[in-house]
Ligand binder design. Structure first.
Ligand SMILES: C[S@@+](CC[C@H](N)C(=O)[O-])C[C@H]1O[C@@H](n2cnc3c(N)ncnc32)[C@H](O)[C@@H]1O
Length: 242
């Protein structure tokens, strides 16, 4: 399967793919019960025209308040920890989890919860940075304050690191790689509908992008190809058997 991860060219392409997966499920189940696990302050999908309820859970109360103020799109908003939260088994048709597992100490426990909370036939959508990409490697081996500085002074996000705002400290559980997640799926009877790789930082045609690409290629070369430079994110669409 690892070689069959498709490379997504843009965030728009990613959004299209994920929305169409959810819309396809809606043909058979309505209303759809969706859990946005680690919802933070924003949801990037648009599911206009379909009947669904959205439950958001997040550890960070400030992020949830911002979410309510800015979008007010959650039917249920819960302050809670994904490792200990207690939803009933088979509660959700879709569990959407974007850029959260790399912040969790026990990603295995969270995935076990998701597997139980998902209804048979339901979809689990996971988005994580690949720990074996150049980006993932740098994020793992540099201190949190440097991530805050990068967001503030390179990306220009003044609120970076304040309550409710990224970046959050990372842990990168070893499970978070193509191979680790494939093994988890095999052991838990989850079907991998499709895996995708995405490159978030090398798409624009600017001098900065070109420099970053060169640096990423050099690091990948120095690591004898062990670290990937063509992508930084992994996206998996998994299905629990009926
Ligand atoms: C990088 S943000 C991503 C937010 C959102 N999913 C997005 O894509 O914009 C990570 C989020 O995961 C949340 N988080 C981290 N560990 C968590 C845990 N154990 N339980 C619940 N939420 C958690 C953080 O509070 C934060 O809102």
């Amino acid at each position: 399967m690892t070689n069959q991860f498709l490379l997504l060219e843009s965030t728009a392409a990613e959004t299209r793919v994920l929305e169409s997966r959810i819309r396809a499920l809606h043909q058979y189940h309505t209303p759809l019960h969706i859990l946005e696990a680690g919802c933070g302050q924003k949801w990037t999908l648009s599911l206009d025209g379909i009947d669904y309820s959205l439950t958001g859970i997040d550890l960070d109360e400030a992020a949830l308040s911002l979410r309510k103020q800015k979008y007010d799109d959650l039917d249920n908003a819960i302050v809670g920890d994904l490792t200990t939260a207690s939803f009933s088994d088979n509660s959700f048709h879709v569990i959407y989890n974007a850029y959260v597992l790399e912040h969790v100490h026990d990603a295995h426990a969270v995935l076990e919860n998701f597997t139980r909370w998902l209804k048979p036939g339901g979809l689990m959508i996971l988005k994580i940075p690949d720990r074996y990409s150049v980006y993932g490697f740098l994020a793992r081996y540099t201190p949190h304050w440097s991530h805050v500085c990068y967001y503030r002074y390179v990306k220009g996000i003044k609120t970076a690191g304040l309550p409710g705002h990224a970046p959050y400290p990372v842990t990168y559980d070893p499970l978070l790689s193509c191979a680790g997640l494939e093994q988890y799926c095999q052991q838990h009877g989850l079907r991998i509908c499709q895996g995708y790789r995405k490159d978030n930082y090398l798409r624009k045609k600017t001098i900065r992008t070109w420099l970053v690409r060169m640096a990423a290629q050099c690091l990948s070369l120095a690591a004898l190809g062990y670290l990937q430079w063509r992508h930084n994110d992994l996206i998996l669409v998994l299905q629990k058997p009926e």
